[in-house]
Ligand binder design. Sequence first.
Ligand SMILES: [Fe+2]
Length: 601
Amino acid sequence: MIVLGVFAFGMNPGACLLRDGELVAFGEEERFTRLLGSHGMFPVRATVSCLRQAQIDLGEVDVVAFPWDASKYPYRMLFSIGRQFLKYGVGATRLRGTRRRRGERSGPGNVGSVLRNLLQHSPRRLLAEIRSGLRATGHRGDLPPVEFVPHHLCHAYSAYFSSPFDDALVLTLDGSGEDTCTQLARGSGEDLRVLSETPIPHSLGWYYAAFTAYMGFLPYRHEGKLMALAGLGHERAAHNPWPERLGDVLSFRDGAYEVDPTFTRFGSHSHAERFTDKLVDLVTGHDAALRPLEAMNPRDGARLLQPAYVDLAWGVQRRLEEAVGDLVAGALRESPTPNLCIAGGVGLNCKLNGSLRGQAGIERVFAFPASNDAGSAIGAAMVVARGGGDTIKRELTSTHLGPEFSDAEIHTALSFSRVTFHEPSDIAEEAAKCLAAGKSVGWFQGRMEAGPRALGARSILADPRRPDASDRLNREVKGRETWRPFCPSILAESAEELVRGSDDAGFMSVALPVREAQLSVMEQCRHVDGTTRPQVVRPQVLPRYHALLRHFERETGTPFLVNTSLNLSGEPIVCTPEEALRSFFSSGLDALAIGSFLLEK
Ligand SMILES: [Fe+2]
């Protein structure tokens, strides 16, 4: 059967297409709209792209799968609100999506907004909005039926059925999906069975978002910055008191955890929507100087790097790792397995994912590369396809599931732009020579990759031997904070010599320790804590990218490159040749290898 998966109206909308159980296309809406995140939209353009890649019309789709259980949501949420009201009192009446003004106190006065939210998420209303979104693709005939699928089940399906394992514990960690924040499941062969669920308000996503906001970053967008900041606290880790101090916010014992929502949701919010004044009191009670920051304020941006804030970030991350480690250990006591699959928004935390390797008997970790909500569309489509009798268990070897452009199309774009370019006999060899000569190279090849990481289709590459490689990328192209590390793409043949656990390094979704002897060699693409988030490149998956790395190794003796995404600061990863050209000419990039063509400045 043909199943179109769509995630819409939330964070990171996206669409995918499954044909007879096989994932043939996937894309995040932001890549097409060029609006970072494209939050709240229907993935019209991503849907059109998936249909075009599969060369089918929407009328040929059997079912549209939607990763949100609209039929259960209203009554489950009413039950959830009642439960929270009894436990936390009058503040516990606000729902996902309802807004709170600064300084406003949660209370019974919010009941109106809660009911409005429930009405907006009613199955009838949601169905009408999905159908309207599907119509916006230009389709005029009958629309396929829409099936709603529980959100966490979708994340779990996407991770387990794409993993290399036939038996695994499956952990989904999210802000919230319907009334659930965390789910444990067991995947075995062609089956997946839910073991337990942790309900709202015990959200690890909310916990992390609260501190993301506390540091002045944008919650639900800049969690990676908090994670990177935490790594800077590595040297003082042994004496860091914060994991223990945060025990009131995030407590855990014997395989279960709780997040106290009076620090995140319920109570006065004088500073930001994601954390309460009670959290400020807790933090400043230990260190009066640790006021909430506004990172856009230059003075606060500098304060962020003071040891006190770095140590708080380290403690926040560590507490998360401890709580999730305990959760996993508890589940494994019941039924042991060496394999762990992770998805959901918190599953983008590669440090957390890496920390679980080696814990409680876990030997392998597969973190789904599109763990965000766009990726839940894949899981929804899998649930529906499996229900229709399709076999969906297929190891994901590549995230290159987006549109590609032929050399003829690229040539047309280059000619139209009247830029100077040439066509070398071997683009991989020529690009490797540029890199070995110290140039930064944009690498635009084949189908666009899915997920937040550039994996050799829309990448910016640099020579890791240059001591200023990351500084230069930051200064001339990316405009990122200098303390955030870049990551490497490594030849599969050399990966284990450089990092431990390279089996789990297909998609830059797991932080792994760099071997001690290689720390200086990998200085430009690792964090100060000695970890890196590598992509291992195999010739059968990415032949041209592998050839580039091979040529670079021949030229320099180094089997890896610094790899970051091809985009300008604050923009999504590029999709089309025109966008690649725009990024090339608007930045300090030295060269662009686009299809078979090379441009140099
Ligand atoms: Fe989610």
